[in-house]
Design a protein around this ligand. Structure first.
Ligand SMILES: NC(=O)c1ccc[n+]([C@@H]2O[C@H](COP(=O)([O-])OP(=O)(O)OC[C@H]3O[C@@H](n4cnc5c(N)ncnc54)[C@H](O)[C@@H]3O)[C@@H](O)[C@H]2O)c1
Length: 247
């Protein structure tokens, strides 16, 4: 029987590429997002490549909804979640002095609290099975300063890296690895909604590999982290940024 992978934010560009890549790696993929139209597109792409999947509307900031989604995934895909990719994210470019409290809460809740709540919900089954993989999508923002987002985004993505290290140390003895990927500037809706094409091109020219990254390149790194080839990698944060940040 296929292992089940859950991808949050699977209507987005990186989430969709990840769901497709995991499906190609023989996982049954549960795709979730708040954007139903995007989920339909992702599910169609999985089915086109002959994969198995199920789609569910899910807001990652809602604990009860996450718990019922986990139960639904178990019954529809016939197995517990073995792999979780926390990809849901939101971003605003607002300057610190202008950030309303509600906007701070939204950015931190989706990027950081959502990562915690989804991880917490899948851990009991992973611990019971003695195997699991969690990959959190942080950002170069989490290690440095966001180029396109505000202070709330940078703080939330840095929080994701702390969460990754701490959780990795807590669950390693149960056969569960927890890692983060730190994408640089990737050509997605999130970026094109926030900055102009001209600014994107200017950033691209400044990178050692002088272009933006592609969603499928992030998906490849996530696929590696959930594979047996990465069995001794945990608590790590892997950069994928064209050499923009070398630390
Ligand atoms: N594009 C980049 O340059 C870049 C760089 C570093 C990190 N990231 C991170 O990669 C991840 C994917 O981003 P993307 O670039 O594909 O953007 P995207 O906007 O295409 O995808 C983000 C997805 O998250 C979903 N989402 C937002 N709020 C949600 C919620 N409350 N519950 C569930 N889903 C929710 C959105 O509907 C969307 O489908 C995000 O975590 C983002 O912060 C992106």
């Amino acid at each position: 029987m296929k292992k089940v992978a859950l991808v949050t934010g699977a209507s987005g560009d990186i989430g969709r590429a990840t769901a497709i890549a995991l499906s190609r790696s023989s996982f049954a993929v549960a795709i979730t997002d708040v954007d139903d139209f995007g989920l339909e597109k992702t599910l169609a792409a999985i089915k086109e490549t002959g994969g198995d999947g199920a789609s569910l509307t899910l807001d990652v900031t809602q604990k009860r909804d996450i718990e019922s989604a986990i139960r639904e995934i178990k019954s529809s895909l016939g197995g517990h979640v073995s792999v979780l990719v926390n990809c849901a994210g939101n971003l605003m470019p607002t300057k610190a002095v202008d950030i309303p409290e509600s906007e701070w809460d939204s950015i931190v809740d989706v990027n950081l609290k959502g990562t915690f709540l989804c991880s917490q919900a899948v851990l009991p089954d992973m611990i019971a099975q003695g195997w699991g993989r969690i990959v959190n999508v942080s950002s170069t923002a989490g290690k440095n300063v966001s180029t396109v987002g505000g202070v709330h985004y940078t703080a939330a993505k840095a929080g994701v890296l702390g969460l990754t290290r701490h959780l990795a140390s807590e669950v390693a003895a149960h056969g569960i690895t927890v890692n983060a990927v730190c994408p640089g500037l990737i050509e997605t809706q999130m970026v094109s909604n926030t900055i102009t094409r001209e600014r994107m091109d200017d950033y691209a020219k400044s990178f050692p590999i002088p272009r933006l990254g592609r969603p499928d390149e992030v998906a490849s790194m996530i696929s590696f982290l959930v594979s047996d080839a990465a069995s001794y990698v945990t608590g790590a944060s892997l950069d994928i940024n064209g050499g923009d940040l070398m630390i």
